[in-house]
Ligand binder design. Structure first.
Ligand code: SAM
Length: 425
């Protein structure tokens, strides 16, 4: 999994799933804990490895470096006994086709404990942060004194939030079933349809999964449907919809919409959205299409929308605690490109909104350039747009609500609500 993410640039979740399919399901949680742990502590583990290895391993031996990172992680951070971590890692070298490197693996891991590297203080703040330098600097520049807290939260495992599908089951009936099954949870007062499970678990085994009684959705993402606030009889567009988390919530909250059009430009993600809508029993309520939202001439029937949700493609820096691979897959240069796409989508979709209509802009980013800067620039260039705050303290200079990772147990997210002037000036 680590080799796939760090060398091939593949998604952590996909690689993890592939690995887990080859192993006993009993080990799923452990495999995730170890691999995600390495991704969170990578700079520190790599600095230790640089001390311990006389020269880096290259070519088809590179995978052994990843194995060593895993061995170091187990020794330094996990409850696995030191001797077991060493012997299992040495054996794994043979399974990975490098039996001749067993001696080297053994020596590196033993030297690690002998030199007590884990006990030495880490002085470099970037190594301490577990983030790539560009991201550390971007967070530091944006949050100053609070940046340490943002980084700490970014490195915590995320809690498991569920959204109860109130079209299928009431919250009370669902939680009764959880109580009967001995599954414990908390019920955050701020989120009417949410519960947070006390322990991570396989959600497909929870009561009502097949019947679509709930969806997995973080608390920050669950604010979208409330902020969009679609009303009965309205035409709604969710234009970057896959895999349909927010779409499902919109039609659950307002089942009697005139229509809910959900678009995504990625065909494989549309397939997943179709499956999710089927499970939640929303197929009738949602019109799904694979299309580029920035090219309305290809898909729009000319009828204006009352509400548009633009959950824009973004750096996903607010959800790194959930997807620790993102910090290594994203590059500094991606941000500029994403900002261009976000601005293009905002410009292309605004004309589709009726006068008086609402557009909710959302990202799961903590970077101001994708959030406040983007909305300020939009307001400066669109005289018929005004800000309708979703939280207190918003202004044209500081538009939108920035949720930081860990705030009320939520992911990092950004929302800004824009209203089009009714007299179409
Ligand atoms: C943040 S994700 C959406 C998550 C989704 N709203 C949910 O709550 O489950 C952004 C989505 O935008 C899609 N996307 C990116 N560019 C697009 C475009 N030009 N038109 C339509 N969809 C696009 C991506 O394929 C991706 O699925």
């Amino acid at each position: 999994m680590l080799f796939q993410v760090l060398e091939k640039g593949r998604s952590g979740r996909d690689s993890l799933e592939q690995v887990q399919q080859r192993h006993n399901p009993r080990d799923n949680a452990w495999i995730q804990e170890m691999t995600f742990g390495v991704l969170r502590q990578l700079p520190l583990l790599q600095s230790w490895l640089r001390t311990l290895l006389t020269s880096p391993l290259k070519g088809d031996k590179k995978i052994i470096e990843h194995l060593l990172l895993l061995g170091l992680y187990q020794q330094a951070f996990s409850r696995v006994a030191g001797h077991a971590a060493v012997s299992e890692t040495v054996n794994a070298a043979a399974s990975l086709g490098a039996p001749r490197l067993k001696g080297l693996v053994n020596a590196v891991l033993r030297n690690f404990s002998r030199q007590a590297l884990a006990e030495q203080p880490v002085r470099d703040p970037i190594i301490q942060s577990g983030l790539p330098k560009w991201l550390y600097q971007a967070i530091d520049a944006a949050y100053g004194d609070s940046s340490q807290q943002v980084i700490e939260q970014t490195n915590q495992p995320a809690p498991l939030w569920l959204r109860i599908n109130t079209r299928q089951v009431s919250k009370a009936a669902f939680t009764d079933r959880l109580d009967e099954a001995g599954i414990t949870y908390t019920s955050p007062g701020s989120h009417p349809e949410a519960i947070i499970l006390n322990k991570r678990q396989d959600v497909t085994a929870l009561p009502g999964f097949e019947q679509g009684w709930f969806a997995v959705q973080d608390g920050a993402a669950q604010l979208a449907a409330h902020y969009l606030d679609a009303q009965p009889g309205e035409r709604v567009l969710d234009c970057c919809a896959a895999p349909g988390g927010k779409t499902g919530h919109i039609v659950e909250r307002t089942p009697d919409l005139a229509s809910c059009v959900a678009l995504d430009s990625d065909a494989s993600r549309i397939k997943r959205t179709t499956e999710n809508m089927q499970r939640l029993q929303h197929s009738q309520a949602v019109s799904l299409a694979c299309a580029d939202a920035a090219l309305p001439a290809d898909w729009w029937d000319g009828e204006p929308f009352d509400r548009i949700l633009l959950d824009a493609p973004c750096s996903a820096t607010g959800v790194i605690r959930r997807h620790p691979d993102i910090r290594w897959l994203r590059k500094a240069s991606d941000i500029e490109q994403l900002m261009t796409i976000q601005a293009k989508l905002l410009d292309a979709l605004w004309p589709l909104l009726r006068p008086g209509g609402t557009l909710l802009y959302a990202t799961c980013s903590v970077l101001p350039r994708e959030n406040q800067h983007q909305i300020r620039a939009f307001l400066d260039t669109h005289t018929d747009a005004s800000l309708e705050p979703v939280s207190s303290g918003e202004s044209r200079a500081q538009p939108g609500r920035q949720i930081l990772p860990g705030e009320q147990q939520m992911d990092g997210f950004y929302y800004a609500r824009l209203v089009k002037s009714a007299n179409n000036q």
